[in-house]
Ligand binder design. Structure first.
Ligand code: SD4
Length: 294
């Protein structure tokens, strides 16, 4: 049976290698996606996910994450969670709940602690110092405080044909307290159906939410489109529509994999991603913006 994994950004490469080994050995898609995302969350060098992530405007690190099982459609999500090592694992645990499976802010943090997840200050000295520097720059130069930020999103396919998707992010650097992006939201930041495929997003959450692009890609794959054709159609059509009707369009990069392990990517900014499947091996690629969006 086929297996496969695709994830946003080069930072996911080590996690993709680990997930590939696990999938080859018969691990479930859920275990592989959780481990992949934990690998990114645990690395202090990535300033956009988990430990070492950059804080919000008030200097507080608020994290968003989600987990979805493509067989059962179980979804768990957290938004604005603080002081927990692996938001993806909290999201996965929440996916077992029929009710209250998407928790925000203090409720999410409290759930994690009651469920036995270790409490950890996730704000590193470096992230704090970068924040303090940015606050000064913004005030001195009257800049827009927001900065590009990279979310890890991953789709996995296991040898039993099950697919899952997971996301994790500290959101936009200098976001307002309580701001939530697309990453923990079903349909926007992620979606998966094991009978079709899965997709995940990174970019400007406020704009990604307007198009529910992860769901749209899965829907297009269900009509017979390849993952690449589905990504192209969903992302570039919506980017055009948004530019026409809203007047602008932020960064949007989407990845997808179908139930056969075939994959696709579309982006309107320069973007890297990591992918592996049983016939192509594992690689990191650079994707350039689609032709009309340079
Ligand atoms: C958000 N989509 O919070 C995330 C940030 C991101 O590349 O992925 N930036 O809006």
């Amino acid at each position: 049976m086929n297996w496969g994994v695709i994830a946003t950004w080069q930072m996911a490469h080590d996690g993709v290698v680990t997930a590939s080994e696990m999938l080859k050995d018969g691990a479930t898609a859920g275990d592989a996606v959780e481990r992949l995302i934990q690998t990114v969350e645990n690395c202090p060098d990535y300033q956009s996910v988990g430990y070492g992530g950059l804080p919000n405007e008030a200097g507080v690190l608020e994290m968003d994450a989600a987990f979805m099982d493509g067989n059962t459609f179980k979804i768990g999500g957290v938004a604005g969670i603080q002081d927990v090592t692996n938001p993806i694992s909290v999201a996965r645990k929440l996916s077992d709940e029929q009710f209250n499976s998407f928790r925000v802010g203090a409720g999410a943090t409290k759930y994690a602690s009651l469920a036995g997840f270790a409490k950890q200050n996730m704000l590193t000295k470096k992230a704090h110092d970068d924040w303090a520097e940015r606050v000064k720059e913004v005030a001195a130069n009257n800049l827009s405080p927001y900065d590009g930020h990279d979310t890890v999103g991953a789709v996995t396919l296991d040898t039993a044909g099950q697919m899952t998707v997971g996301t994790s992010t500290s959101g936009l650097f200098m976001k307002k307290p309580g701001r939530v992006g697309d990453s923990p939201l079903s349909g926007s930041g992620f979606y998966v159906d094991s009978e079709i495929g899965g997709a995940s997003a990174t970019g400007l959450g406020e704009d990604l939410m307007k198009g529910c692009l992860s769901y749209e890609i899965v829907r297009l794959m269900s009509t017979g489109l390849t993952p690449q054709a589905a990504c192209d159609q969903a992302v570039y059509d919506f980017a055009d529509k948004l530019a026409q009707r809203y007047g602008k369009c932020g960064a949007m990069s989407l990845i997808a994999m179908n139930k056969n392990g075939e994959w696709g990517v579309a982006t309107n900014v320069e973007f890297t991603f990591s992918v592996a499947n049983d016939h192509q091996g594992e690689r990191v690629y650079l994707a350039n913006p689609g032709p009309e969006h340079n």
